[in-house]
Design a protein around this ligand. Sequence first.
Ligand code: 5GP
Ligand code: MN
Length: 316
Amino acid sequence: MTLDNIKEEIEKAGKIVILTHESPDGDAVGSSLAMYNSLKQLNKDVDLIIPEYPETFSFLAGAEKIKKDSEITNYDLAIALDAADIKRLNGFAKFFEDAKVTINIDHHGSNKMFADYNFVNPDAPACCQILIMVLQYLGVDITKEIGTCLIAGIITDTGGFKFTGTSKETFEFTSWLLSIGVNVSDVYRKVLEIRTKENFALMRIAIDRLELLEDGKIAFTYITKEDEEKVQAKNGDHDGLVDIGRTIEGVEVSILLREADGFFKGSLRSNEYVNVSDVCMMFGGGGHIHAAGCSIHLPLEEAKERLIQEVKNYLR
Ligand code: 5GP
Ligand code: MN
């Protein structure tokens, strides 16, 4: 069984590295820190490398230990969390490729099964929810601190227990976390409710530009580098902008294009029936049925046109 292999490899390994996906969200940072704190508890020699992550998650235990880079590349074991594709490992695929053994723990349906041991469950609404089982199997004592990291990921990826993947297990696990003293409402407020002033400023711009297309079934908006510079946006300040369109009556798919270095990053969300992961896979991206992303190397107008044409094929 994969979990037996994972346990054995962790027990055997000397130096371990933990990696997660680029533009890390609460599930990426939460699952990485939960694993980091757990491996420390098991007295393992472990590095967690995340070059940049939103300040929002700096309250999680172990955040101050996160490394931006590492001189070592040949780790005994590399563990990727919440990453569907080796290409999304923060440009740190080298640590993964040079490691003697590799493990991939994830919940994306589009996962490329890129490791020696792949523990992937697309039914789980968050990587953190899968980790509970993994950590218990490893014999980790899930403390309040580790539980706080896990709930941060669950709250982020379920949109605060409201997305369709939210399961009976999600509530059972949350209830158990409450019983061990995790302050769920405090984490909820910190990771979902409080917005930075810069995020609010970007939100105004995104709302101002939002267009309803295809009989109001598609909401489209965009953010340029210039916008981000103008409001002095920091890492993560664009989070949640794509969700605005999704809340409008009649909208099935919400699209945000965000200008990056020489390309546009597409973020898509759907409400009911459109599989946006399939849409994004047409552009080399992926994700989940209701939340996915891709990179499009075209100017804004063309990127917009191509995405809309693709989404149209899925609309009823
Ligand atoms: P977001 O729109 O919040 O950046 O991403 C939504 C979901 O799609 C996340 O689960 C994220 O991991 C996934 N995703 C975003 N961009 C890409 C991409 O370029 N490739 C793949 N495979 N998944 C992506
Ligand atoms: Mn996730």
